[in-house]
Design a protein around this ligand. Sequence first.
Ligand code: B12
Ligand code: SF4
Ligand code: SF4
Length: 376
Amino acid sequence: MNTTAQSAIVRRLAEKHGFICAGIGPARPSGEDRRRYLDWCEKGFAADMGYLVRDPSSRTDPKMFFPEARSVVSLVAPYPIADCTEEDPSSGRVARYAWGRDYHVVIEDRLKRLAGDLKKEIFPEIKICFAVDSKPLLERSLAARAGCGWIGKNTSLIVPRRGSFVFLAEMLTDLPLDERSAASGGACGSCRRCIDHCPTGALVAPYVLDSRKCIAYHTIENKGMIPREIRSLIEDRLFGCDACQDVCPHNRHPDGSPWPEFSPSSGTGPWLDLVEILGLRSDEEFKTKFGGSPLRRSKRTGLVRNACVVAANKKVPRTIPLLKECLSKDVSPVIRGHAAWALGVLGEGEALREARLTEKDPLVLDEIDVAVAGGR
Ligand code: B12
Ligand code: SF4
Ligand code: SF4
């Protein structure tokens, strides 16, 4: 069978398994991507995501972790575009990508079925390796090079006629396939809505995101304290941030058919009750509730910390007793510190002064002192 026939089978099977695009790109490093990526790392834009800066060579060369690779098939899985249901005043907002089930698991399941079919139809001995977010690959660059779309100034991969609310995945294989040499057309032109609407100025230049300022980074990946100057800018965002995609004109398409596994009814949905989150005192409780959701990434400490910030930003009186409990009882200094900040914003000086008498952790003591002094 020739490479054109094999490529057609790959595309047909990808469509059968629900992927809205299957682009085929080279399993070779791109000098331009490497240059951009190294520059990004050198400037400190990866913040504390040590795994991103550890081994730049393997991230820019798919053959480093799968030496047999001859082709990279980039696959696109759609999640909901439609707006969130009506806001509940005492809830925190969840970014769209996390409304449903954990995409790593969902996409990998479908990739396994796709690979099974491919082996049946082409050759049972072909070697295949999957990646969904978890492998050292520059997924957006690979998808753009494979012709799935183009990179917007908000740094997201934009798929023509669908937009950027999509997940990316890859299938690396030793099967020779026909490559798409150029990325599909499309560009931002003079638009800069994402840059102008980013609440924190994290898009420091077109196509460049500084994670140290990004709300998605702080609410998902940051395991420690959120810088004070970022906290109020988080507004109601409990987990992730969609601001730079919500304003993008390329995201105004009808919803299409997002995968049912990513629909709000399959997971936590767009809003989470802050009282419920602030009441999560054990990792077991957290795992039971969020084990199958992308929210597990932040762990209990990260999510309760975020809930403290949102409770203060939205000024929800119902959360005050829980914030006091977080400050006086939680085992995590990160949670106690953010609870202190939140109680300061909500004018609960008495609770802060009381906690000052027993608190030992220097980080929390500092938060209490700043909060008592009225600082933010
Ligand atoms: C680390 C990471 C983050 C970090 C850093 C994000 C960033 N922009 O770098 C944080 C935590 C902030 C983050 C946030 C989000 N993430 Co994230 N993240 C990743 C991860 C694991 C690595 C990204 C990376 O290597 N960054 C380093 C920079 C330098 O690389 P890059 O952004 O890919 O940029 C390359 C290309 O864009 C290209 N390029 C850059 N500029 C230009 C300019 C031109 C003109 C051209 C042609 C090319 C080009 O060169 C760069 C270097 O090679 C990827 C998965 C993966 N392995 O790729 C998911 C991934 C990028 N994230 C994803 C998602 C869904 C999100 C969020 C939407 C989640 C949310 N709602 O909160 C936000 C979006 C924020 C944003 N505007 O980027 C999806 C993006 C899908 C898409 N449509 O693009 C990915 C691909 C995961 C997946 N498998 O689906 N993420
Ligand atoms: S995800 Fe939010 S904070 Fe990060 S760049 Fe986009 S708009 Fe800015
Ligand atoms: S908002 Fe405008 S500048 Fe930003 S990615 Fe979309 S089209 Fe490009």
